[in-house]
Design a protein. Structure first.
Length: 299
């Protein structure tokens, strides 16, 4: 199990304790300390078990930190946990069973807790198992916080997470897997308790998704489209999804000129025209709209 952390001593202590309680025998936890001050090892003193704490003196960023941690791991299957979340007790064992059955990556429903409020189950409408080939790309994208796991050799072969992506790196990884025809394994039982909007007490690091400037987010969405759009057939639903998610997000951020520039390089012509019509309709509607990845919430 891989847990990257930076300047969240109390939170990473909670995350590691949950991981130690959940982890089967013969597994390990690799905590990557991305230049914390004081070092994360201080907060984790006294925790026994198969725990290794590795450290970079200067921050590498979330994607590179995870890549370094995976490279240092020794297991065949790598399970990710964010330092502000908690692993649920039976999930690692379920992951190992799925991996033993030939699945190469997967993720799960999550229990979401917003600002210390009541928990909500975030779940997709699929049975436990490998997602069907007809599942849209947005459903085949698993957040790294959603109990994401992957065969280590496959992760390294793909090149891991793109180091220049501050956010959306999980989408880029899943696009690379989808373009190879690798389907995810999905668990309807939650795997992780995800804490959102929590107090930063004992921490000097904000939640990345809330702290990242809008222009950085849209730049990451654009890079995902540029790198992976052409990996899918020209008029495929996957390619349309990647293009429109960027246009929608950029227009919402007021980046009209940037979307015009993006359209100029899109081929084939019919796809570009269709995307232009989509852009025009979004502008007429105020560039808002519903995002997300198709999950429903159950109280």
């Amino acid at each position: 199990m891989v847990i990257p952390t930076r300047n969240r001593p109390q939170l990473v202590h909670r995350a590691v304790r949950s991981a130690l309680a959940a982890l089967p025998d013969s597994c390990e936890i690799v905590v990557w300390d991305d230049g914390s001050d004081p070092p994360a090892r201080t907060a984790l003193q006294g925790l026994g078990g198969p725990l290794r704490v590795l450290r970079a003196e200067e921050a590498l960023g979330a994607a590179r930190a995870r890549n370094r941690a995976v490279a240092a791991a020794t297991g065949q299957t790598v399970l990710f946990l964010d330092d502000d979340d908690e692993m649920l007790p039976d999930y690692p064992a379920r992951v190992l069973r799925a991996a033993a059955g030939s699945a190469l990556f997967g993720f799960a429903a999550v229990l979401s807790c917003e600002d210390g409020g009541p928990e909500r189950l975030e779940i997709m409408r699929y049975a436990t198992g490998r997602l069907p080939t007809r599942a849209p790309l947005r459903h085949r994208i698993g957040a790294l916080s959603a109990g994401f796991w992957i065969d280590r050799a496959l992760y390294l072969d793909i090149g891991g997470l793109p180091a220049d992506q501050t956010v959306d790196e999980d989408t880029a990884l899943c696009c690379a897997l989808a373009s190879r025809g690798v389907l995810p394994w999905y668990e309807t039982a939650p795997g992780v308790r995800v804490h959102r909007g929590h107090s930063a007490a004992g921490s000097t690091a904000d939640q990345l998704t809330r702290a990242t400037p809008g222009e950085v987010v849209t730049a990451c969405y654009l890079r995902t489209w540029q790198r992976h759009g052409d990996a899918f057939p020209p008029f495929s639903a996957e390619r349309w999804f990647l293009a429109t998610r960027y246009v929608r997000r950029a227009l919402k951020a007021g980046q009209r000129a940037e979307t015009r520039e993006m359209l100029r390089g899109v081929e084939p012509t019919a796809f570009r025209w269709g995307l232009g019509v989509y852009r025009a309709l979004r502008l007429l509607r105020g560039a808002g709209g519903r995002g997300g990845i198709g999950r429903r919430r159950v109280s």
